[in-house]
Design a protein around this ligand. Sequence first.
Ligand code: NAD
Length: 492
Amino acid sequence: MGPFRAWRYRYGHEPASPDQELPMSDFSLTINGRSVPGSKRFGVVNPATEDVWAEAPDASREELDAAVAAANAAFPAWRAASLDERRGALNAMADRVEEHAPELANILVREQGKSMANAMFEATGTAMWLRAICAIELPTEVISEDDNTRVELHHKPIGVVGAITPWNFPLLLSIWKVAPALLTGNTMVLKPSPYTPLAVLKFGEITRDCVPAGVLNVVSGGDELGRWITEHEDVHKISFTGSAPTGKKIMASSAGSLKRITLELGGNDPAILRADTNVDEVIDPIFDMAFQNSGQVCGAIKRLYVHDDIYEEVCRKLTAKAATRTVGDGLAEGTDYGPVQNRMQYDIVCDLAKSAKEEGGRFLCGGNPAEGKGYFFPLTIVADLTDGSRLVDEEPFGPILPVVRFSDDDDVLRRANDTHFGLGGSVWSADAEKATEMASQLETGSAWVNQHFNLSPFLPFGGVKESGIGVENGPWGVAEFTVKQVLNVKKS
Ligand code: NAD
């Protein structure tokens, strides 16, 4: 059992009560360790009902400046704190998240749309991720030593990190940045997506007394707030997760002050099923990794290449699986998959389905948006499309999967790599050696064999090509929140 699966096994099943009362406007910014209501507010929509169910502060330029100033003021003391002190603070944050997991999960369901079980999985997984990252060390390396000199490589914190996160896993993907940045002695201004700001604001609130004032500031607002962060002269590094177009804008606007950047961007992950694949064994993980979080996962299977010999069998078995799953309000008992998170993404999914019909796709299930309120789109599987069609070439980021035929290993590798994306990919086969050899030829940051999207806090994760710059997690990801200093000492 891989570390990611072990975590799901441990944390994924405990339900929170959907009846918990949640105040509509009880969400504030965290600036310099204090609650700031924000001079303006904006509504947050529940994607299952399309109703505004809560409000978040819309941080002004002055409030952002105050957060950046607080983070800069807190930096010298936080950098000087011992590693044990910083670890203690992050572990205290993990305790708070665990204590508040049902409340955080309730917020996540209402703002993100995911099922309650998946929201609990995200909330408790956030605590687990915080603890795991704390265990990572970046020891000083001795590069060389002789009678005359000793040369050491040190990892130093950078300063104020601006963290900007998306709406699919609002809390967990924020912690992928908070944990390594604070562990290594940086301070932070964290901005969640305007679609899903609330669980992250609540995280800021419940952990306010875990770190000294100013070490972690949480601000919510629109895309413009993100731009202000990336342009800010007193922010020293940007860690961003989101779409490739936004990543490009961030790279451009960070250039003004030559900020360090880590960009975790979109993907269009291929999974390749060779002719000898045991379909019954792989159908569950393939299905889960395509439709998890209603397909709103950066590293979900988004193009399923299946060998001619098993093509119809795979189509039939995936379709049968889809018929056993329920799409609905994440708060309702029995819901497996929630709605698409927002109107913009829902329209993209609807448009791709329409194009797929026009291009002659064979819809094995789903295909038409649900009637009534909510951004519900059924689990949709489309056969008989090939490369060049929009559904195969573009990232749908929703519950729609094209199943594409192939007959030749070299040809399918060429097609899988014929994209500007390069996040992840997988090869599935009874012949693990051949699959490994093929996976190593995928032009992706992660290449999996007989599995897909198996993540761990201890493994680096990131994209190549236009799927990103740099990695998160593991010592490699933690090191991205540091700069190198060579300490070259002449012995007297
Ligand atoms: P997005 O790029 O629209 O927004 C992400 C964040 O960037 C939000 O907080 C937004 O307010 C902010 N933002 C928008 N414009 C900005 C600007 N000009 N300057 C600074 N900040 C700005 O992405 P999204 O729609 O929230 O997320 C979906 C995308 O994220 C998908 O493409 C998905 O594949 C990708 N994603 C990648 C990973 C990964 O680890 N590689 C993980 C999750 C999601």
